[in-house]
Write a protein that binds this ligand. Structure first.
Ligand code: MRU
Length: 367
């Protein structure tokens, strides 16, 4: 998507042909800083520290991390060590394991001398595939938005609520939840987005709002607690969120707070859609609520807030009393029964075992 008229992806191969460029997402929305990742360790640290984040982008970064490891030294030991180091960088998004398994499958049978080139080629494919998948997700989601627009008076706005950042910054390009929104906006459908701020790290307020603003999509940032109110007062036509892992039964794991939005949507008859690329489906897990590992992050994400002062300095301040205990669960699981549909690259799929397996038989192992 565009930043000040220039097309960007969230991750790319630098013109030197080996190092990896990325946008440092910890600095947005105040500073647009491009950084270079030059080792597998830096890729792992970039994922851990959330320099890059969002399930598909975590996967693409790990794939490039493997390529950087192979460039340095392509033995079986390095392959195994880089896989282990990268897979431990964040626990919840299954795209990380998916991408690392893809890399290992492509590289393990090769002689060491052929691994670096093959690793860069597969990493680039994974990134390009993500862009194509997200474009298709957008096409299918666009149909849903257009259907709602057709029920409105000419010129009326379709109001979409989203949570966290499942935008182009969380993927390689387009985003998942935002792809239908960008495509609708680009086609002249009037859309407005309610952007949940998404405490504690504020991915909605700092990343989704930044993205939508740079693309010219009308949006309003709301505190996380506002979703129920705007749904109750008919100010939301549909919710679209992303996901870090969908279990085989259709349960959806996403940024903490998603479940509460799904409950509010259910109570108010607001359609609640989840947009996802197929690598986000974990067919090895039958019950999302019981089996998906939920990342717990540093207390400082809750106790402190970072922002720009009126004289332009970036400062971090404490907002919780010293000594109070803090819990920081990064994700929650929305039961499949609260999900109206899963917007995938192959169309809108029911959130249940049979529908997922029939849409992706090769992944479900039932073909
Ligand atoms: O902790 P984050 O910022 O990596 O969490 C991101 C989300 O929860 C996204 O909604 C999810 O990864 C889907 S991104 C297309």
């Amino acid at each position: 998507m565009k930043v000040d008229g220039q097309h960007f992806r969230s991750i790319w191969l630098e013109p030197d042909g080996w190092s990896v460029g990325a946008i440092d997402q910890r600095r947005l929305p105040h500073e647009f800083i491009i950084t270079r990742i030059t080792t597998a360790e830096e890729a792992g640290e970039g994922i851990r520290s959330m320099l890059v984040r969002g399930a598909p982008l975590i996967g693409a970064t790990a794939a490039y991390g493997m390529a950087l490891a192979m460039r340095a030294e392509a033995s079986d030991t390095t392959l195994e060590r880089a896989y282990r180091m990268l897979i431990e960088s964040r626990p919840t998004a299954i795209n990380l394991k998916w991408a690392l398994d893809e890399m290992q499958r492509a590289l393990a049978p090769l002689p060491a001398s052929a691994r670096a080139e093959a690793a860069y080629a597969r990493a680039r494919e994974i990134a390009d595939e993500d862009v194509a998948i997200n474009r298709d997700i957008g096409r299918h989601g666009l149909g849903l938005i257009e259907k709602i627009a057709a029920t409105k008076r000419p010129g009326d706005v379709v109001n979409v609520l989203t949570h966290c950042n499942a935008g182009w910054l969380a993927t390689v390009d387009w985003g998942t939840a935002t792809s239908p929104i960008y495509q609708a906006h680009d086609r002249g459908v009037r859309v407005h987005v309610w952007v949940d701020e998404t405490r504690p790290r504020n991915q909605g307020a700092s990343l989704t709002a930044w993205e939508l603003g740079h693309h010219g999509v009308p949006h309003t940032v709301i505190p996380d607690n506002t979703g129920g109110h705007v749904m109750q007062h008919r100010m939301v036509d549909l919710a679209i969120v992303g996901t870090d892992r969908v279990a085989a039964n259709g349960d959806v794991c996403n940024k903490i707070g998603t479940y509460l939005k799904a409950l509010a949507a259910h109570d108010n008859g607001v359609p609640f859609y989840v947009a996802l690329p197929s690598p986000t489906i974990d067919f090895s897990i039958d019950d999302g609520i019981r089996q998906i590992p939920i990342e717990q992050r540093a207390a400082s994400e809750v106790t402190h807030l970072t922002g720009r002062t009126s004289d332009g300095r970036i400062e971090t301040v404490r907002v919780v009393p010293e000594g109070s205990q803090v819990a920081n669960f990064g994700f929650d699981v929305t039961p499949a029964r609260l999900v109206t549909g899963l917007i995938t690259e192959r169309g809108v799929v029911r959130a249940d075992r049979a529908a997922l397996a029939s849409a992706f038989p090769e992944r479900a192992g039932v073909s």
